[in-house]
Design a binder for this molecule. Structure first.
Ligand SMILES: [Zn+2]
Length: 325
């Protein structure tokens, strides 16, 4: 028999106007008997909507279909940022995906991270943490694998990425000790992420792909008995390679000349930075830093020095993951 309980976190979020204010982070525990415990999470960045919408759908659907094990659903891990439609916490400007630092919490964002680290990660064996491009970027829908050196769980990551069902998988090196996947790795939790959509908007088709990806992961982890056609392995893209990212080197309006998913060659023209208020200033032509597939584009035209404008990388076979760190 399946039981459903609320296990919300209440996190201190004081402001000048409200000394003892607290923010509730909604958590649903769905228990369907013996089996693995898995957390499905979104809204670590509050302006990333696909995962938040998909997990809210599962909040209502999953109790009726879970076959075994326990699932924790967190549709809006940074609840305050989600309510405000912001990437970072409005309360203290914190980035929840950099707040898992292991010292006592100094403010709202770190208290959410501390609650996740104390109350969630010790209880689960696997975590799927869905992100997107948020307001400033758009991603080609992709699963995401982050490696932290020799993590004993790494050999299981390709099967989980394949079960998510998207044809693309991004690889990152885990250099951010304060990130959610880094905390999961420290706790011995198998983890997969995703980057789906962005540009401060979303749509049902992206939400559907995200929800099916999460269900595919639960199936792979043994919590569902779905008869699924096994998707082809996704292509793997190393977005941590320095040549994968094209940044602005000065202010301008970004006019991309390529689309997400487009294959480009090295030094190909991929767009321009223009300055309409300074018509005598020549446009700055942007060249691809390397050959590959366009996986990420800046979604806000007005740009400045250091902004990420485009990410592209060549497709690698998924089984090359073991050699990437
Ligand atoms: Zn994010």
């Amino acid at each position: 028999m399946t039981t459903v309980t609320r296990e919300d976190f209440s996190c201190a979020a004081a402001t000048d106007e409200s000394a003892y204010r607290r923010v509730t982070v909604p958590v649903l525990r769905i228990d369907a008997g013996p089996g693995p415990a898995v957390a499905l999470m979104a809204g670590v960045h509050g302006d990333e909507w696909e995962g938040q919408a998909a997990i809210l759908e599962l909040w209502h659907q999953l109790p009726g279909i879970l076959n075994r094990g326990t699932v924790y659903l967190l549709p809006a891990a940074n609840a305050e940022a989600s309510l405000a439609g912001r990437r970072l916490s409005p309360n203290d400007g914190g980035n929840l995906n950099r707040a898992f630092l292991g010292h006592p919490a100094r403010g709202y964002t770190e208290s959410v991270a501390a609650a996740l680290e104390a109350k969630l990660l010790p209880r689960v064996q696997a975590l799927v943490d869905v992100h997107s491009g948020g307001a400033s970027l758009r991603y080609l829908p992709s699963s995401v694998i982050t490696r932290y050196g020799q993590d004993a769980l790494d050999p299981r990551l390709p099967a989980l990425a394949r079960a998510f069902g998207l044809p693309h998988c991004i690889f990152f090196r885990g250099t951010e000790a304060g990130s959610m996947p880094a905390a999961a790795s420290r706790h011995g939790v198998l983890r997969l992420s995703a980057e789906i959509g962005g540009g401060a908007e979303t749509g049902q088709a992206l939400v559907d792909r995200c929800r099916e990806g999460l269900l595919g992961c639960l199936n792979e982890l043994g919590l569902l008995d779905r008869e699924l056609a096994r998707p082809d392995p996704p292509a793997l893209y190393d977005l941590d390679a320095p040549a994968a990212t094209l940044r602005a080197h000065g202010p301008g309006v970004f006019i991309p000349g390529v689309e997400l998913g487009q294959r480009i060659s090295a030094r190909q023209r991929v767009g321009r930075l223009i300055e309409p208020a300074r018509p005598d200033m020549p446009a700055h032509t942007l060249l691809s830093p390397q050959a590959g597939t366009v996986l990420c584009l800046r979604a806000i035209a007005r740009s400045d020095d250091g902004d990420c404008l485009l990410q592209a990388a060549p497709a690698l076979p998924l089984d090359s993951l073991s050699s990437l760190y």
